[in-house]
Design a protein around this ligand. Structure first.
Ligand code: GMT
Length: 387
């Protein structure tokens, strides 16, 4: 087998979804952070990732070409991606491939690795599990055998929370050690800034501002966000800002109309500068039916915003009950509304929770978590050299 290259840093290929989802955001921020530390990063995706907007030294972008040959009812994304991985891995002399979200990326990386192995090159594959690739979609019979096989075939596997690790071990027969490396937040971007002019525009009479961000999929329980808000709004003047878009958006607009709350709720769409809204938020709401980590909640906490969330999945590892916010069973909108009011109606408590949320978020700073990925890559590379 060829020797791994001798570039000062590591040369890492990152595969992810380029969309607004947490896994793509995390993968992009990871790549940018590693590049800033001197590693050479090659993003391989079907479209420019949403957070890959500025020029950065050491960052390369390779687009996977999609074919529209008339025979294909479904364009063979897997084949195109595997071919691109082989091409980039050989031309850029990658040391390692890091794929985010198991479906279909772990299986594609396995195929690319085996093609390269047949050419006498070995490039280890790290797969990061993000959540729905295990808890919702992955368990589905139409994916499960491939997901299980490709996780077991990865050289390294990481999960973004202890809860997701446990879910993975429960759902599949896994013979690999799963390393938990938590998601992270970049405080140079997510920090409380003075945006009082926004606050005056949104809440001119000093109303409390509640925020929710998601991809509006059913698992996010956006209807619960609105029902929690309805209860809060009945007691105190308040506004709800909803960031993001997705399949439930239209239903949510209808619900706002039904409840007569259209003047109090604003749909902001796929806003890129989420931190500008978090800067004026009093509370963040994330009542998901399942959530492996809750990156959106962490970003809110970094901006000193307490979180009212469900206690699903990995959320208790991020949001601490009675300290950084409150957690209740999914669907318990009454309790979540009461929790929210207990913070919003008590300025001293809100001040304390804001500080505690910020303090807890620091555990997950990019400065703390990036070295964990670097150390993990080194371990996987050393094992590959020995093997
Ligand atoms: O939440 C989503 O539906 C998007 C999804 C993704 O893969 O983009 O998010 C998952 O990964 C995020 C980043 O690791 C986690 O913060 C989210 O908790 C997780 N979502 C779920 O588990 C529902």
């Amino acid at each position: 087998m060829d020797k791994l290259n001798s570039f000062g840093g590591m040369k890492i290929g990152i595969v992810c979804y380029p969309t607004f989802g947490g896994s793509g955001v995390l993968a992009t921020e990871l790549g940018r952070g590693l590049a800033a530390k001197g590693h050479q990063i090659h993003f391989i995706t079907y479209r420019q990732p949403v957070r890959l907007i500025n020029f950065a030294e050491n960052v390369y972008y390779h687009e996977v070409p999609t074919s529209d040959y008339p025979l294909f009812e479904y364009a063979p994304y897997d084949t195109a991606m595997a071919s691109t991985l082989v091409d980039v891995a050989t031309s850029a002399k990658l040391d390692l491939l890091h794929v985010h979200y198991a479906i279909p990326h772990a299986a594609i990386a396995y195929m690319a690795r085996e093609i390269l192995r047949a050419q006498g090159i070995y490039i280890p594959v790290v797969t990061t599990l993000h959540g729905t690739d295990i808890t919702l979609v992955g368990k589905n019979r139409s994916f499960a055998p491939v997901v299980e096989f490709s996780i077991n075939q990865s050289d390294g596997v990481t999960a973004v929370s202890e809860s997701l690790k446990a879910d993975t071990l429960k759902a599949f027969h896994i013979n690999k050690e799963i390393e938990v490396i938590y998601n992270f937040v970049d405080f140079s971007r997510f920090t409380k800034t003075d945006k009082d002019h926004f606050r005056r525009a949104i809440a001119p009479d000093g109303e409390k501002i509640l925020v929710h961000t998601s991809n509006f999929r059913p698992v996010k329980h956006v209807d619960d966000v609105i029902r929690i808000f309805q209860r809060i709004n009945a007691r105190i003047p308040s506004k709800l800002l909803l960031i993001g878009d997705g399949p439930e958006r239209q239903n949510m607009e209808l619900l706002c109309r039904e409840l007569g709350l259209c003047d109090e709720i604003r749909f902001l769409g796929k806003l890129e500068a989420v931190e500008e809204v978090l800067a004026i938020a009093d509370l963040f709401i994330l009542p998901s039916g399942h959530e492996s980590f809750g990156l959106a909640a962490l970003e809110a906490m970094a901006c000193e915003v307490p979180v009212i969330s469900s206690n699903a999945g990995g959320l208790p590892e991020v949001n601490i009950h009675g300290v950084t916010g409150y957690l209740e069973d999914p669907g318990d909108v009454e309790a979540m509304a009461e929790d929210a009011l207990s913070i919003l109606m008590d300025p001293e408590k809100q001040k304390a929770f804001r500080a505690q949320a910020y303090q807890q978020a620091q555990r997950f700073s990019i400065e703390n978590i990036l070295p964990e990925y670097e150390a993990y890559y080194e371990r996987i590379l050393s094992a590959a050299l020995i093997g």
